[in-house]
Design a protein around this ligand. Sequence first.
Ligand code: ARG
Length: 465
Amino acid sequence: MTGRETKAVDLWGGHFAEGPAPLMEQINASIGFDKRLYRQDIDGSRAHADMLASAGILTAAERDAIHEGLRAIETEIEAGRFAFSPALEDIHLNIEARLTDRVGEPGRKLHTARSRNDQVATDLRLWVRDTIDALDPALAALQAALIGQAERHADSAMPGFTHLQAAQPVTLGHHLLAYVEMAGRDRGRFADARARLNESPLGAAALAGTSFPIDRRMTAEALGFDRPMANSIDAVSDRDFVLEFLAAAAIAAVHLSRFAEEMVLWSTPQFGFVTLPQDFTSGSSIMPQKRNPDAAELVRGKTGRVIGDLTALLVVLKGLPLAYSKDMQEDKEGVFDAADALILCVRAMTAMIAGMAVHRERMAKAAGVGFTTATDLADWLVRAGGVPFREAHGIAARSVRKAESMGCNLADLPLAELQAIDARISEGVYEVLSVKASVASRQSEGGTSPVRVREAIAAARERFL
Ligand code: ARG
């Protein structure tokens, strides 16, 4: 027997005559990825040791030895000096074995009234909580970048689209504030998930609780949880907190992806609305004129994997009987992957938003292309002529056809042409047919008028920053 096999056999208290097959070790070991939970695992063990000592299950000296050992292990891991072993399966057994190496007997007592099932559920809750706490300021920084550009472009006109067809003129500031709202709801979703996940599984043990006189409230409080989870079976068998995180992450990524797609479009020579910061684009090895929006494309692309991570875990869980099954070990890589991808996307988008150059003139010109003030003509007929909107809509449509056939804009149609379509049209109509007038007139609450946009910017600062 090699030393490694001995160790693995020892894990199960001599119950196994042989070590695992090499392939078993390969499929079974999670240390390659769950070492990311080391800090949470150590914190959980600290809280558990303190509680065991206060319940009289460990002596104060044993507790102190465990603390000292855990401190040393934390240092070893952080310095890159810890030898992670696949034979020891996962982060929990790796740390426990090392603790016993260092401090002896007290290390062997730490697992009293605990199982890896409640341990891993605790670690992962702590990790997701920490990740949400890191994501929130990143999303706030994204909102700050959006608000900053919105402020500079509170009255910069651009075409607003529906069906990606020019619809009505809007301001860029207004458009950017739409993403501020989305990011605000994303933050809210993460905060909601955080509030629900903040209960402690520790003390559920394998699934049924324990016969030891433990104090779950004490460990819950030490780890910053609001309370112990109410049901020990639920505590070790559900991962809905991971699903909620992944769902919120997928939605946030989809929001970023939509804006990334707009960046890709807007930065084409055909649109020419923005130039993305050069350090977030790449050139072409063959076409010297190209500036490719790679980072925006990758935000769009990485969204696929975040959605995939959510789907994968839903599928993993859907057929599992209670309580713990090893399938659940598959929860971690997806959540790490999604969190890494999302935070990277948020940061890249923040930098691109802050650094993009906006071509105001070009955008304003495009805002008037496609008869985008046709609705303003119809609205004017309703207001000035008392024409029912349906009828006004028809008159405006005929005016658009006329302008199209004459090869001019609505605002350039001679009054006689307009009056030939409907006699109720008078000189005053020209006041509403420009892009500037159109945008300025949309003063309804939440509308695109620069007056409203400036108010919305001030409100967004209050609400989000
Ligand atoms: N590495 C395992 C996981 O990630 C820890 C829990 C193992 N529990 C067990 N009963 N084998 O899920």
